[in-house]
Ligand binder design. Structure first.
Ligand code: MSP
Length: 638
């Protein structure tokens, strides 16, 4: 299939956009961009859910009309998508004529087919919650949400015969494992469908809710907001308006949603489509929830960081990167400034940023700024070429599995391969030896081609930064317009000039930076008893450095802890180390030690520790690791 139609939920117009909305839309954007890179025809849809009581109330509270209110909200969402570099093809709003037309027609058709009936609905109504409850929902005769008064009410309403589709729906889910993903959500829905399925009330009397699409067969009622909203997906595909577009795009490839709206998408929507005689979407992919720990975001200290603030401080691409890097689609994650900064400093600034910077500087210094023309299949380049091919095949598998973490890791493994390649080839040594000129040129070309590959693979996640890499290696055009063919190893012609630019990921100091009272880093940490094998890649993630101790003092109230100020070459840092029972503080000053420089910062007994020193121990004895020559502070241990 050459088309890929991906949708986000259409967001309620009654609240401001936040991290959760940003996440779904960013993941959809990343997927859309990867599919475009693969040469697929993509339709990427997002939009606004603008009807219903909540919107009506929110507008009333602000003394404005519902239409003016939703117009404002749509602007706010659009502005966020602009800021986040979202490349949607369509932005649908349920108040648009094209959508009202589809809802009206769809209702009439389902009604004519005898699948909608009217009935008196009897139940306990909470005026405050504006919601019906059954007898058994009530808690002590009060509403189960806020414990308020309920009154017995009888109201005529219209119902969609959803119950008639229960067996059919179960069969469909069982026969199509790809339909509801991940499998935990599929099981959840199958579990839900083990209970008898009721019919769906699809109307609201205008007397109660006026802000909605009138039922075509009874003007005293408006359409229940979910029956209205779900239809947006076919409206945008061209249903009932553009037959050609509709047959091209429908059924959708993927409805990307949060787990909060699973039932509406996996039960209401398929049964509605079935009643309309339309095919079902291929996949409904439900991702997990971002939890934002107020404590960890500094709220209690009065210097709170909102997740979206990080777009301003660290740039939009770092924010997009973190979202798809940190959360496995389908699981929950906690958003913390600490992990954000650790990824920014470690993976982006150190690994990727340095690679780009070193490569460009070496091209300038050693080959006059012009990338050499070299046979891309030169055997010296095999490690890079093979790794690039592995990256490509991993991504090809991860993409249909919505595995954004695996995609990022495949890209990082190419970054690390290139950093290793530099260490192994030592271009600085080659540059001193005229007889090895062609070896040097091969190395510089290999790095240029690797940066080109990286720019292409990173473009869907980091459109701006990847374009900056693309420019630095002298490639023309917009990297976002590149397609599959460009991914073949050796696409860099050579001969073009590099253009050095500012660092891609400059250091950012967030005032309150990374302090975390609750991290369970103890004095014993780093003395693991059991040994497990790790891959070379995993080992490479450790940034081990030589440091020189500047000052050392005891941590008050902690027998075993010393607080050290260390020189890491490019910066000074503070460490807390559990060595006080083995070393006098003063005896450490001036000594060389080895530290893990990219460890997530932690606060130990109220003192911040930005790394960890390495020591060996046995039978109560302890020895600090140190190089056996006077290496400069910051020297890398590998
Ligand atoms: N209007 C309905 C959807 C109708 S679709 C036909 C709606 N809107 S919403 O504004 O509440 O958006 C819900 C969606 O926002 C979730 O499904 C999810 O995509 C996203 N998120 C909201 N909070 C979230 C988190 N805390 N974490 C991750 N995403 C969540 O429901």
């Amino acid at each position: 299939m050459n088309t890929f139609f991906i949708t986000t939920p259409i967001y309620y117009a009654n609240g401001e956009p936040h991290l959760g909305h940003a996440y779904t839309t960013t993941v959809a954007d990343v997927l859309a961009r990867y599919h475009r890179l693969m040469g697929h025809d993509v339709l990427f849809l997002t939009g606004m859910d603008e009807h219903g009581q909540k919107v009506e109330l929110a507008a009333r509270e602000r003394n404005t009309s519902p239409q003016d209110f939703v117009d404002q909200m749509a602007l706010a969402f659009r502005a966020l998508w602009e800021r986040l570099g979202i490349s949607h093809d369509d932005f649908i709003r349920t108040t648009e004529g094209r959508h009202q037309h589809v809802v009206t027609e769809a209702l009439q058709r389902v009604y004519d087919a005898g699948e909608i009936y009217s009935s008196d609905y009897e139940g306990w109504y909470s005026v405050y919650e504006e919601q019906f409850f059954t007898e058994k929902d009530l808690v002590d005769g009060k509403d189960p949400i806020g414990g308020r008064e309920v009154v017995q009410l009888s109201e005529k309403n219209y119902f969609f015969k959803m119950s008639a589709y229960q067996e059919w729906l179960i069969d469909h889910i069982v026969a199509h494992p790809e339909f509801i993903q991940p499998v935990t959500r599929r099981n959840e829905i199958l579990g839900f469908l083990r209970q008898p399925l009721g019919d769906l009330c699809i109307s609201r009397p205008k007397a109660r809710v006026a802000w909605g699409i009138p039922l075509p067969f009874d003007q005293d009622y408006v359409t229940y907001v979910w029956f209205d909203a779900l239809l947006n997906y076919v409206t945008a595909a061209g249903y009932l308006s553009n037959e050609k577009a509709y047959s091209r795009w429908w059924p959708a490839s993927c409805h990307l949603i949060g787990k909060d709206i699973l039932t509406t998408h996996c039960v209401y929507w398929p049964t509605m489509l079935k009643a309309m005689g339309l095919p079902l979407p291929e996949t409904i992919m439900a991702h997990g929830y971002w939890l934002v720990d107020a404590e960890k975001m500094g709220k209690s200290r009065g210097n709170a960081v909102e997740p979206l603030d990080l777009v301003e401080s660290h740039g939009v691409d770092a924010f997009r990167y973190y979202l798809v890097r940190e959360m496995t689609v389908g699981q929950d994650s906690t958003f913390t400034v600490e992990s954000f900064q650790a990824r920014y400093n470690g993976e982006l600034a150190n690994d990727l940023g340095n690679l780009v910077n070193r490569s460009i500087v070496m091209a300038e210094r050693y080959v006059g700024g012009r990338l050499p023309v070299v046979d891309p299949l030169h055997p010296d380049l095999d490690p890079l070429r093979l790794r690039a091919e592995e990256t490509a095949s991993t991504i090809a598998q991860a993409l249909p599995a919505y595995d954004t973490v695996a995609i990022v890791e495949a890209i990082l493994s190419l970054v690390r391969e290139a950093n290793r390649f530099i260490e192994a080839k030592e271009p600085w040594a080659l540059a001193k030896d005229e007889t090895r000129r062609s070896d040097l040129e091969t190395v510089i070309y290999g790095l240029g081609e690797t940066l080109r590959q990286l720019a292409l693979w990173l473009a869907p996640i980091m459109p701006e930064k990847s374009h900056a890499i693309w420019n630095q290696i002298g490639c023309e055009g917009d990297v976002a317009n590149a397609r599959k063919d460009a991914l073949v190893w050796g696409g860099l012609p050579g001969g073009q000039s590099v253009r050095k630019m500012d660092p891609l990921f400059p250091k950012v100091d967030l005032e309150e930076s990374a302090t975390e009272e609750s991290t369970e880093q103890t004095e014993e940490q780093g003395m693991a008893e059991e040994s497990t094998t790790i891959s070379f890649d995993e080992f490479q993630k450790l940034d081990l450095r030589v440091a020189i101790v500047k000052t050392a003092e005891k941590v008050e109230g902690a027998d075993r802890l010393l607080k050290l100020q260390i020189d890491l070459g490019s910066e000074e840092r503070q460490l807390v180390a559990g060595v006080a029972q083995h070393y006098e503080a003063e005896s450490l000053v001036g000594r060389r030690i080895v530290v893990v420089a990219n460890l997530e910062p932690a606060t130990i007994r109220g003192v911040e520790s930005q790394g960890m020193l390495l020591a060996a121990s046995a039978d109560g004895q302890l020895g600090l690791l140190a190089p056996d020559s006077d290496l400069p502070a910051g020297a890398r241990v590998s």
